[in-house]
Design a protein around this ligand. Sequence first.
Ligand SMILES: O=C1O[C@H](COP(=O)(O)O)[C@@H](O)[C@H](O)[C@H]1O
Length: 262
Amino acid sequence: MAKQANLYSFPSVPEHLAPALRAYVISCQEAGLARHNVFKVAVSGGSLPKTLAQALLAPSTGPADQVKWDKWEIFFADERAVPLDHPDSNYFLLKQELLDKISGPQPTVHPIDVEYLNDTQELADQYEQVLVKSFASRDSVKLPIFDLLLLGCGPDGHTCSLFPGHELLRETSAWVAPIEDSPKPPPRRVTLTLPVVTHAVRIAFVATGAGKREVMKQIFEEGAAGGLPCALVNEGAGERASWFVDADAVEGVSYPRRPFSL
Ligand SMILES: O=C1O[C@H](COP(=O)(O)O)[C@@H](O)[C@H](O)[C@H]1O
């Protein structure tokens, strides 16, 4: 039987979850560097960048605990069709929470091309071309393989801009797709598609707070049968998916917790 997603639960975010997430990201970074001397990562917006900043901006504890920012290529798992300085922009959020606070060597960051904000299909196609350039030509690469995806989980079970019951969940060809009717505002967005998400080497979800408890029950107790996008990622990725959650988010959820180890 295929191995299941890992569920790691921590008593507190700053003291326990953030250091574990840091250790996990650094291990993915080292694996990426060993593979191709670069670390290709895509990140979500929402509540994730704040936790990510707590994890990655902490002082290094030694040579094995280095975030090698200049080796990072950062992409967006989803983005809203708004200018890059708009409060709804996932880029703007990441910039405020994390990117602007990085001192020393800087990562390469790939925001959307705002020239195409009026046409979400074109916006998605252009972003797919960014991936094509980074991951070699689309003809030779069936799907881009991110070293790590850092994802959030909405209270409705959405991840990236893949929403429950939406036709986009059936997309099998595009790497990046437009959505014009996101149930969560703003409605116009672009997102990595489900096959790209499940194809990543590693996928880390971060979900914290009691507001996520009900959806965590559905994801982990009903599994893919419940149809929620996060559960579909768990099904497709199996043990390559790891959840970093706090105790509040998973209180009463019937699913085996793993002790965190690399
Ligand atoms: O709209 C979005 O929401 C999700 C989840 O956000 P959260 O605040 O509940 O963590 C986020 O992962 C996604 O990137 C964003 O566009």
